[in-house]
Ligand binder design. Structure first.
Ligand code: IPE
Ligand code: IPE
Ligand code: MG
Length: 242
């Protein structure tokens, strides 16, 4: 048995905002001869564990990629299974979620069923005044679409005269994307062995540190999260300086 050496983490210097691409549920299930939906169910359980852990160690913002705009192209039964899990999560969150956590759903929510849209809005409203960790759930989310919406909005404001073209800055865009008012992610974690961004937080990841692992999302544990944080803490973030 390989003994796990506890990663050395400086708890006073945690990343403020962590993004996680929760990938690898399908392969996890396939390896066990199970349907992909079984992998998603395990992935959803793991998501709850990791959210709890991040809250406990004092992460301020956690953004998890649950469903991309491109994921709508998956087989209907898989999409349905994912939406069902999501719906169950939104219902159980009232009891199960740490009562300090504020939930925000980011993405093209008009693509969701009216029932789901209502559940999303209700949970957001219910947790709105909470002051603990902010949990952004990226759902029907695409980074390009998010930027496109900001551009649409800016164009409309320029046209109606409320925004002068020469007044457009980076902040003009940052203020019109889903994560407005939040710091950019310091660390982005992707399990499952893929080394790509898959349309996640494109504007926000300009200076994020990336951490990849072959571990599949249902097996990703608090130990892996600490390993990612420990690795992040060793990096020298230069932001273009020297
Ligand atoms: C991530 O797992 C969950 C979603 C994208 C909704 P996948 O379903 O992508 O799992 P793999 O990549 O096929 O293993
Ligand atoms: C990214 O995973 C989206 C989520 C984890 C929700 P995908 O499995 O959809 O990404 P690709 O297709 O491998 O790039
Ligand atoms: Mg995948």
């Amino acid at each position: 048995m390989i003994r796990w050496k506890k990663p050395e983490v400086d708890m006073q210097n945690l990343p403020r905002h962590i993004g996680i691409i929760m990938d690898g549920n399908g392969r996890w299930a396939k390896r066990r001869g199970l349907p992909r939906s079984a992998g998603h169910a395990r992935g959803a359980d793991n998501f709850k564990k990791i959210v709890r852990f991040c809250g406990e160690i004092g992460i301020d913002y956690l953004t998890v990629y649950a469903f991309s705009t491109e994921n709508w192209s998956r087989p209907k039964d898989e999409v349905e299974a994912l939406m069902k899990l999501l719906s169950e999560y939104l219902e159980k969150a009232y009891k199960e979620l740490d009562e300090r956590v504020r939930v925000k759903i980011i993405g093209e929510r008009q693509m969701l069923s009216p029932t789901l849209q209502k559940k999303v809005a209700d949970l957001e409203k219910y947790t709105e005044s909470r002051t603990g960790m902010v949990l952004n759930i990226a759902l029907s989310y695409g980074g390009r679409q998010e930027i496109l919406h900001a551009v649409d909005q800016i164009a409309a404001e320029v046209q109606n005269g409320s925004l002068a073209p020469e007044a457009i800055t980076e902040e003009t865009i940052s203020d019109r994307i889903y994560t407005n008012g939040q710091p950019d992610p310091d660390l982005i974690i992707r399990p499952s062995g893929e080394k790509r961004i898959s349309n996640f937080l494109l504007w926000q990841c300009a200076y994020s540190e990336f951490w990849y692992s072959d571990i599949l999302w249902p097996d990703f544990s608090s130990k892996h999260l600490l390993a990612a944080i420990a690795d992040y803490q060793k990096r020298n973030r230069r932001f273009g300086g020297v």
